[in-house]
Design a binder for this molecule. Sequence first.
Ligand SMILES: Cc1cc2nc3c(=O)[nH]c(=O)nc-3n(C[C@H](O)[C@H](O)[C@H](O)COP(=O)(O)OP(=O)(O)OC[C@H]3O[C@@H](n4cnc5c(N)ncnc54)[C@H](O)[C@@H]3O)c2cc1C
Length: 455
Amino acid sequence: MSTDLTTLVLPDGELVTEPPVLAEYRLNPYTQETAAEGQPIAVVFATSVADVQTTLQFATTHHIPVVTQGARTSIANGAAGLDGSILLNLSRLNHIVALQPENQTAVVEAGVLNGDLDQAARKVGYFYAPDPGSKPISTIGGNIATNAGGMASLKYGTTRENVLGLKVVLADGRLLELGGATFKNNASYDLTDLFIGSEGTLGVVVEATVRLRPIPFGDTVTGLATFADVHALTHAVQVLQASGVNPSMLEVLNRVSIEALDEYEGIDLGGRGEQALLIFQLDVAVAGALDLVDDLLRKAGAQTIDVTSDPARTATIIKIRQDIFAAGAQYGRLIVEDIAVPLGQLAIVADRAEAIAAKHGQRLLLLGHAGDGNLHPDIILESKDGALPAEMQAYIDELLPFVISVGGTVSAEHGIGTIKKKWVPQQLSPAVQTLQQQIKAVFDPTGILNPGRKF
Ligand SMILES: Cc1cc2nc3c(=O)[nH]c(=O)nc-3n(C[C@H](O)[C@H](O)[C@H](O)COP(=O)(O)OP(=O)(O)OC[C@H]3O[C@@H](n4cnc5c(N)ncnc54)[C@H](O)[C@@H]3O)c2cc1C
């Protein structure tokens, strides 16, 4: 029986049911792994909190699944359409409500782009630290729902460490105000934290109070160091992490990643056969820090070290790292993995990823936020369509249980969505999974919010 959508009357936003719009918005275009996208019945473009409340009350009454969307940059298929669902799109709920330098905070609607908030903050001497590779194109609401990370997580934490308060609409339409603008808050259980990373399964984030950081005083130094292999590089990462210089970035790229970037950007990062590249940054380089880093890197086996404090050159280096997704995707579909392991296991896991990829005949782009123990051991599927071939699936099926066996996680920052769901029971005990389901039932008793995703 089809639902009568004429009774869904939005106070401010737009309800769209035209097939071309549904066909566009049901997809998560950056999810490269094959995943089922269902047929939604409508897209709601919310422009007010009241739109969100009205939509959720309607959906609860009529038992309609709701998929909340930000900018649809999910690479875990977390915001793709489900059969019979309403796509609750928040990209038009996009006002910066307040910049509050006196509090070192900002209040933003969920659809504000991360990059837009950052630029606005910089005009008043601050910045917004979380910097996923999708910074210019993803929303703060989506970042919160996935607990997005990035290069700066090493020093400033993931999105979780930068959110102080939330306004959330529950499945029944109730508006909750959680947390606040204080850096510390121990009043009862921390429901703010519970919503961070909940991937649209517990409620809809409509507004957030986030932390702004003062722009660091003094020189920022960014560098490239090359190593004989990723194993040697991970050793250098541990040494730098232990040194007390407090780097703001420690990124790894293996030989295949370097080649992909050279080809994509028309540059020459790997012309001398470089096998492993470390991108490092000290956003506050105190006197003597650079000499120490140089010394430590050389002792750890760095073959070359190239350092700059020139803003334009720094921006170029950062852009190179940000472009790796597009660089990999130039060959076909980049099948992205997103593991994190305890720092002490990094070398072992990097070696094992290389070995498993070689065993199954895969070209491995091994890259990621090495300082966080977060690697993206990605592989390339040249065909544009179709399911993963058996040997690619075999690579994933061998890699992820190994990661779990050394105390790692199958999802560090991209979320579970549908793509990683099958691994959750291997990582979490039955007791923990049951508790997760009970928590979901408290917030979303009829199970309309992003059903079948996350666990
Ligand atoms: C080029 C590229 C680089 C990337 N780099 C990184 C990276 O470095 N680090 C990283 O962590 N991720 C990265 N990502 C993944 C992605 O950008 C992040 O997961 C991002 O946080 C998603 O934001 P979005 O606005 O696109 O959300 P969407 O993709 O629209 O949604 C993601 C999930 O959040 C839920 N959701 C969205 N908005 C809300 C809301 N307001 N309330 C409740 N639930 C909501 C959705 O239901 C879905 O489950 C990258 C993606 C691309 C395409």
